[in-house]
Design a binder for this molecule. Structure first.
Ligand code: NAD
Length: 273
């Protein structure tokens, strides 16, 4: 391995798919992968305009990207997306399983529809995409000019894969399940030189959690949970995703990288306990 990680373009020529890549963390990751030399598919569900903005940003930066629509919870749409990606770029080297949603409700009032919808997108959506990507990695094998691994999958989870979250049982259960999904397929695929890891963001400034930071009062409240005393930005996740997708992290598989400014460090215990 060269020290090209220090000079950028560590993903030169690799083909990456970022689900939910038109906004927030996914857009941050797509831009970072593009800047690192990857060809990027920006998946979006509805907002073509947002997806094209991300694609244009990557191109303006000298990169290569396209936008492809698909609902990650619908197998036929995901299959069509992968087919369109292979038409354009030939194959896939990196899957960023990022698309996700919340539909919050107290446990006592949560409907089965709310439960199923969040599990379908956050967990089943990752299953559908990861399975298609892994099948392609196995079919194609290692491309030594691109990477020492046959393929990399990064599952965007949440600190709520480990922190219980009252009023969000569907979301927390999806992310907890995702952690064991990630580890199990990492164990199953490692011998084929496929790496699977998770990123668990803390509070990142995106629209999914707008109510937690949009007023000064809400932001001050949120900061009490973050020892590093700032809200994260999509670029914080983007930089880590580049590293986790690159050969610089070759020997890492089945791990969750928490990127949370210390949110999982039990901040209440700094003075108490
Ligand atoms: P976001 O709402 O900007 O991004 C979610 C993206 O997923 C959107 O682009 C949305 O259109 C897309 N999406 C939703 N359902 C989809 C579907 N069925 N098919 C395809 N795309 C779909 O919010 P974000 O914060 O950027 O969230 C990205 C990921 O990060 C999610 O998995 C979320 O759970 C996770 N996360 C976010 C935070 C945070 O603080 N923002 C913290 C922990 C984890």
């Amino acid at each position: 391995m060269t020290n090209s990680f220090l000079t950028g373009q560590v993903l030169q020529g690799q083909r990456a798919l970022v689900t939910g890549g038109s906004s927030g963390i996914g857009a941050g990751i797509a831009r970072a992968l593009g800047a690192a030399g990857a060809k990027v598919v920006v998946n979006y569900r509805r907002s073509q305009e947002e997806a094209h903005r991300v694609v244009n940003d990557i191109k303006t930066d000298g990169g290569d990207a396209i936008a492809i629509q698909a609902d990650v919870s619908k197998q036929d749409e995901v299959e069509a997306m992968f087919a369109a990606m292979y038409d354009r770029y030939g194959s896939i080297d990196i899957l960023i399983n990022n698309a996700g949603m919340q539909w919050d409700e107290s446990f006592l009032d949560m409907t089965l529809e709310q439960w199923h919808k969040v599990l379908d997108v956050n967990l089943t959506g990752q299953f559908i995409c990861a399975q298609l990507a892994a099948r392609e990695f196995v079919r194609r094998g290692i491309s030594p000019d691109l990477s020492v691994s046959a393929g990399k999958i990064i599952c965007i989870s949440s600190v709520h894969e480990t922190i219980p979250w009252a009023g969000h049982v569907n979301y927390a259960a999806s992310k907890g399940g995702l952690m064991m999904f990630m580890k199990t397929i990492a164990q199953e695929l490692a011998h084929m030189k496929i790496r699977v890891n998770g990123i668990a963001p803390g509070a990142i400034r995106t629209r999914i959690n707008r109510s937690a930071w949009e007023t000064p009062e809400a932001e001050a409240d949120l900061l009490t949970l973050i020892p590093y005393e700032r809200i994260g930005e999509p670029a914080d996740i983007g930089r880590a995703a580049v590293w986790l997708a690159s050969d610089a992290s070759e020997y890492i598989t089945g791990e969750t990288l928490f990127i949370d400014g210390g949110m999982t460090l039990y901040p209440g215990f700094r003075e108490g306990g």
